[in-house]
Ligand binder design. Structure first.
Ligand SMILES: Cc1cc2nc3c(=O)[nH]c(=O)nc-3n(C[C@H](O)[C@H](O)[C@H](O)COP(=O)(O)OP(=O)(O)OC[C@H]3O[C@@H](n4cnc5c(N)ncnc54)[C@H](O)[C@@H]3O)c2cc1C
Length: 391
């Protein structure tokens, strides 16, 4: 990096921003990652992430997976049910033709694995660098940020927003569409009488889905409900919380006997149209923030990062210009189907299953039964969950 100029500045050193920097590590491109926070502590974010088999393959290529070996729990089976209605579907590794349907990791462990890899690869990562403003012209982008109490400026040929959507919503020619779900997700680690056996449970209820993902010997809970109910559940003492969860989830795992710290996340659908602007590309939650049902958000963001890196490397190999309109148009075009697919899939699941319409919920139950009995459709659904809309 020379005279405050580099090829690519990435705003947001979260998991997706770091994955992009790592995917560019073997190029001659100079990349700077700016992250507002210091490194998060484990207790900061209890969120479990179900990584798809496709994400596992990308993290292997980025040489990050080895750092997660002791921190992941494979998902062998996904059990999908519809509370109070008949019909269920069971997806297995055989249906999808892979050794695991996915892997459950904690956000913090993923963050640290990626961060260690950025250090090992000599990537310029400035923690505590808070971006205040940015602008672009035809040739470059310009970023103002504060770091250790000092105002700094940097210019780059390409500016990548991986900031989770905080700054990206300010870009004039990008339309940021949002839809509030009026739902919160409560997350916690829970122990059940029946220990986990590689099965991830996704149970739809009229309040919202409740997921119990295998995590170590226990389960990582993602319980979706209204804000009012979430506040009530977060305030319960452990005994009442476990009782309430058992009543809500049912008896499939026996009683719940212990719970870790609980945390709540507001949920909304937000997405950018288009996902590029002059000298700017959006990736991860900055491009689309989805409902956590079916665990799609990070997996989609990782594919954004990986494909943007591949396009950047191809641009350099062809002696073309990084951040040019042609390169950005290619990125936007390549990511459109996957992003739309993830968004429509998760949004439809919520609209179809999380409602009080008995007829619709019955039809959903019938749909689950048909899916369960039709191997080609099962394989189609499994592969889209694993590899994205392009399967
Ligand atoms: C309850 C819950 C469960 C989930 N489960 C799953 C799952 O099972 N599977 C899955 O694939 N996805 C899941 N997701 C989605 C997943 O968490 C997100 O898609 C993923 O974290 C997005 O990563 P990101 O790097 O794009 O954004 P973030 O994780 O939001 O990171 C953005 C980074 O940018 C930094 N930043 C912001 N503003 C600035 C600034 N001005 N200057 C510098 N830095 C800045 C932030 O500090 C942050 O570190 C879940 C989400 C929730 C809420």
């Amino acid at each position: 990096m020379q005279d405050n100029n580099c090829d690519i500045v990435i705003i947001g050193g979260g998991p997706v921003g770091m994955a992009l920097a790592l995917a560019l590590r073997d190029s001659n491109l100079t990349t700077l990652l700016l992250e507002a926070r210091g490194l998060p502590e484990k207790v900061d974010d209890e969120r479990p992430l179900a990584l798809s088999h496709g994400s596992y393959l990308i993290l292997q290529r980025l040489e990050v997976w080895g750092k997660l070996l002791r921190h992941n729990t494979p998902i062998k089976t996904i059990h999908i049910s519809n509370k109070g209605f008949l019909g269920r579907t069971v997806l297995t590794t055989e249906d999808a033709g892979v050794s695991a349907l996915g892997y459950v990791v904690n956000y913090h462990d993923l963050y640290h694995a990626l961060y260690d890899a950025t250090l090992e690869n000599g990537i310029l990562y400035q923690a505590g660098a808070d971006v205040k403003a940015f602008s672009t012209d035809q040739l470059s982008s310009h970023v103002q940020y504060t770091h250790e109490g000092t105002e700094r400026n940097i210019s780059a040929k390409l500016l990548v927003l991986a900031d989770g959507g905080r700054l990206s919503s300010q870009i004039a020619d990008i339309d940021f569409k949002t839809e509030a779900y009026d739902q919160w997700a409560i997350v916690a680690n829970v122990k059940a009488e029946i220990p986990q056996s590689g099965i991830a449970y996704e149970r739809f209820t009229s309040d919202g889905p409740v997921a119990l993902l295998p995590s170590g010997n226990d389960f990582a809970l993602v319980w979706t409900t209204s804000l009012e109910m979430a506040n009530e559940i977060l305030a319960l003492d452990e005994e009442r919380f476990l009782y309430r969860l058992h009543k809500h989830f049912g008896d499939r795992l026996g009683r719940f006997v212990a719970a870790g710290k609980r945390a709540g996340f507001p949920l909304a659908l937000k997405y950018a149209v288009p996902s590029t602007s002059q000298r700017i590309a959006l990736i991860g939650n900055a491009a689309q923030t989805l409902h956590p049902v079916a665990g799609q958000g990070f997996n989609l963001g990782l594919r954004d990062a990986y494909e943007l890196a591949q396009i950047s490397l191809a641009t350099v190999a062809d002696n073309k210009e990084i951040g040019s309109p042609a390169m950005l148009a290619r990125y936007g075009q390549l990511r459109r189907t996957d992003s739309q697919g993830g968004r429509i899939f998760t949004d439809s699941l919520i609209k179809l299953f999380s409602n009080d319409n008995t007829l619709l919920r019955h039809l959903c139950g019938v749909g689950l039964t048909i899916l369960d009995n039709c191997p080609p459709i099962k394989r189609f659904v499994s592969r889209r969950m694993i590899f994205g809309a392009r399967g």
